[in-house]
Design a protein around this ligand. Structure first.
Ligand SMILES: NC(=O)c1ccc[n+]([C@@H]2O[C@H](COP(=O)([O-])OP(=O)(O)OC[C@H]3O[C@@H](n4cnc5c(N)ncnc54)[C@H](OP(=O)(O)O)[C@@H]3O)[C@@H](O)[C@H]2O)c1
Length: 280
């Protein structure tokens, strides 16, 4: 399989000299050969960013897909996430070493705390441990996921700055105050479930109208809306056609009016899971 180097992708600098391709390939809930095959095909199609996690139970299979694709490690962005056992300044080192071992990689581009688990109350010291890994040159950048404003404020009060907060964002779940909080703290937002798991909004005229106007599909319009709003997005697809569709979003832009109309689809609903209640 020969990796495709022709897709000109939009990238975002999330820390000095650390530049992330803004569309990544989500890998949940793929496991085993399904995950390996999807990642290998995704990279061959031109993806240069892959999103996995300890919790997905697929880091080994994702690593195998990266090897199968035969891409230079330096050309690929790999994100993974740590779960509860990795929550402490020292445990995070073990979690990182184990993630690298499962993936068969020598470093990650981004390592995230998957959930804050505020009941355990170790996320601030876990951030310290992540920052130490970056300062030592073992890890390129660190961040968080599903962190609410109050969690981010405690991290910031400790003098720490995650590069990214990966949260659930789609046109029905805009999480405006969360987005504003990330931005105010200088934290890049990465949208998970960026297509709302093929949400109903894909049929709304605010999405289908621009799709017709730009000769794109509704999913491409929603992904472009994320990019034009400054967000990284990690859509998952195992299908060749939809992998290609989701990557083919770099040759058009939405107007301010089109962007505002999609913003207006927000229901005000919070994410599926509340980070004060759920975690792992
Ligand atoms: N940090 C977190 O807590 C967290 C939580 C959830 C997810 N994530 C990450 O975010 C990634 C994406 O989120 P997600 O999988 O929940 O949702 P998503 O990417 O919004 O949607 C994926 C679903 O939409 C379908 N799909 C993909 N492209 C499509 C297109 N162009 N048109 C129509 N349908 C399309 C996929 O099916 P096919 O595969 O058949 O195309 C799949 O069923 C995950 O894979 C994971 O890496 C992170």
């Amino acid at each position: 399989m020969t990796p495709n180097n022709t897709v000109q992708q939009t990238a975002l600098e999330i820390a000095p000299g650390v530049v992330v391709p803004m569309i990544g390939l989500g890998t949940w809930p793929l496991v085993g050969e399904d995950a390996t095959d999807a990642v290998a095909r995704g990279i061959a199609h031109g993806y240069r960013h892959v999103d996995t996690a300890q919790k997905y139970g697929n880091e080994d299979a994702v690593g195998e897909g990266i090897r199968r694709a035969g891409i230079e490690r330096s050309e690929l962005w790999v994100t993974s996430k740590l779960s509860l056992p990795g929550h402490s300044r020292t445990a995070v080192r073990t979690a990182y070493a184990e993630a690298l071992d499962r993936l068969g990689l020598e470093y990650l581009d981004l390592f995230l705390i998957h959930w804050p688990n505020p009941q355990l109350d170790r996320y601030v010291e876990t951030c310290v441990g992540l920052q130490e890994l970056v300062h030592e040159g073992a890890l390129r950048s660190w961040g968080v996921s599903n962190f609410k404003p109050a969690h981010l404020d405690r991290v910031a009060a400790a003098g720490l700055k995650p590069a990214v907060n990966q949260i659930q964002v789609d046109p029905h779940h805009l999480q405006r105050s969360q987005l504003e909080h990330n931005a105010a703290l200088g934290i890049a937002t990465a949208a998970y479930s960026p297509l709302g798991r093929a949400g109903k909004f894909l049929e709304h005229p605010a999405v289908t109208g621009p799709a017709a106007a730009h000769g794109k599909t509704p999913a491409q319009v929603v992904l472009r809306w994320h990019l034009d709003s400054g967000r990284i997005a990690v859509p998952k697809s195992a299908s060749n056609d939809r992998q290609l569709e989701n990557l083919n979003v770099f040759d058009f832009a939405l107007t301010d009016g089109e962007l505002s109309a999609i913003d207006a689809l927000d229901t005000g609903a919070g994410p599926r899971l509340d980070a004060n209640e759920y975690g792992h």
